[in-house]
Design a protein around this ligand. Sequence first.
Ligand SMILES: [Zn+2]
Length: 510
Amino acid sequence: MSKPIYPEINSNEEVEQIANAVSSNSEQEEKLLGRDQEKSITIEDRAKKKGKFPLVVKLTILMAFLFVSVIVVSLVINKHISQDTSTISMPPSFEKSVILISIDAFRWDYANYCQTPNLDLIKSQISSDGFRPPFPSKTFVSHYTMVTGLYPEYNGIVANTFFDPIINKTFVMGTNESLESYWWLGEPIWVTNELQGYKTGCYFWPGSEAKIQDFRPTYYEIYNQSVPYQDRVQKVLDWIDLPQSERPNLITLYFENVDTEGHLHGPLSPEVISAVEYDDTIIGTLIDGLKERDIFDKINLIVVSDHGMATISTSQVIFLDDYLNISTKSIPQEYSYNKFHDLNLNLIQNSLNLEDFQDTEYDATIIDWSPITAILPSVGKEDFVYNALHNVHPNYTVYRKEETPLDLHYNDSVRITPIIGIAALGWSVTTHPQFSAHPDWFQGGNHGFNPFLYPEMTGIFMAHGPAFVDKYNQPVFDNLNLYILLCNILGLNPAPNNATESVIESLLKN
Ligand SMILES: [Zn+2]
């Protein structure tokens, strides 16, 4: 795995103080790689398991001759060729291709309350009791976890808004700055795919616009929520219609309307039900397009969501300024409502830097607010801040970073703040002035809550196609396993990951 490119680290004492308080990114990578040596399953392992290893070797040698010119070109132009690229690309077949659709914030149970004949058709083959997001259950965090197979602490996207004390910059989703390579760690599935000789088409997916390990998907679109959904589907069909040598074997598609309505009106509101039913008709047009081309039963279709949604209310609000003197740099100026519709109080107007945390006039700076609070204490005030928040509100739990519950997998990154506050389901975190100015921000719905405690945070997984067994219902499973599932279907050698292959074995034919 290539190292993220960091700007030169400021060597002053204060920087070291913050940076040393947590493990370095390079340590993270080493730990990850160590872990992955145990977990990563290679093509050879899979082949041995199936008892077909000699045949694979013969085929590989044969293909090596046939495609020697392609390999030579690849060696010249691909500086990442030193990475394990034991798979030699063949022109993609539909049977080993995937269309991956994400409907943002489609809660696991929504379809029970809606008319969704097209989704019903897909899940008549593979359904699931739920697709569990990582912690925190936020859009960028969850989408990037799905495509890397890595916990957020290792893939770098630890929240929709976070501060990196080494880079000395703040990530805010949807900004141009957020597309810089250094934020995106690990290897998303489209990079794995392109590295091994295939093409990917992304009609939106968090991270797909960023250059990661020097790669972008062969085909991708700049996020624009105003693009009509029919146009998105038509582009997918256009990609399907490309000559075989140009055709992507992996296509992503993204719809945000269910999330938008869920935030504004709450889960299971009439607006959410309409949005779900609209998306079902859109997926119906995709299915019709595939049927017209006689490939609906030949290509693999996977529909997922990144998280669920819970009702929030103005009567369930935790005011941090009751307990702390919070830096004025923390006060959100506006929603980051411009991108992927994740209602998130953030720092768009306030670009932070390390000097801000030296100011002991304040107790702490809040990097991310609700329902998971990323709290950066001012220098020397960590104990004070922890004690000021510990056990002060029955619906708010604070942890020191090193004490977060193990199942959250949320401590091994410099981007996770020294103190984390976690609101109970349905609660919001803010300040009195903020609440008075924007009470409407605290009603409707939200997500981000602990997905291991609250099934309301669980999303959907359903699938249809030749790679899958005939009829199967998968118990609730962690969505980071999507990466290894895609590698299996696409015939890719996976990058180091945290997935558990046995979890997805029951879904696949072989
Ligand atoms: Zn959202």
